[in-house]
Design a protein around this ligand. Sequence first.
Ligand SMILES: [Zn+2]
Length: 309
Amino acid sequence: MFRRIFGLLALALAILPSVRAWEDKGHTIINQLAAEAMPADTPEFFKKAATAGLPYLGPEPDRWKNFRRGAANSLYAVNYPDHFMDMEFVEGMELPESRYAYLTALATKGVKAKYGIEPESVGFLPYRITELTQTLQSQWRDWLAAPTETERQKAEKAQIEQAIIYTAGTLGHYVADGSNPHHTTAHYNGWDVKVAPNPKGYNTEKGIHRYFERDFVEAFVSVGDVRSLMSPVKPVGPVFADSLAYLRETNKQVVPLYELDKQNAFRAEGEVNAEGKRFVCQRLAAGASKLRDIWTMAMKGVPASDARN
Ligand SMILES: [Zn+2]
């Protein structure tokens, strides 16, 4: 009996909608397009991963999120807030580069007293992007320096290549989350009147998150739609500041998203809404372009000014 109840519970948890992600299709598209758009001098092993390895890893951190979802789960607790940052709560704040100092800063600022949320619920997205980018830089640095004279050394270099693909692929997930307006706002699943007034009558119902990032993408978006909207290569600055600026840019699209939603632009049923489709594809293309630029920057290893250890 207990096993049966447990089985049903596990099933229910497994089919619960996962919130706060571009879902499998959007993440796969972003990783694939970024990989295809890498510069000509990209090492062959990385280029080859564009066909399967990197696209497969796009949804990887969501797989962790859905593992024993809702159960007492250390992985869930640490992973979930890595996928977003509600920028309204950090407006005007100078953010420190360590996630621990950031938690302290939020506690000092009194987000709990002001909005009734725990500091960790504000989200860590730019921290996660920065931590993984620096991991990737460290792995490329090792790859660039790795000797290949003996069989053992060759095997070690092949291992570094696997590590690079894994880090780059999972980093892709978070960069992609950063192009989704819902991942940069407290209004992530319906306008939240506790955070901001709603004079224009934006949708306050739960569900918008899911049909915007999942149902619509599933129904109407193809890789080709997004590829043609990617922007030219742009250098990436110091990664933490760059990530924050990227999220602030995405956050500017929150109101346009809710405006379009008022016209039912993101409904997956019936005819596709052309403006809704353009908006979604532009967001996905912004994610793929940013990811290509971060991967390219990391491939150069560690900037000379940082290469002290
Ligand atoms: Zn995510």
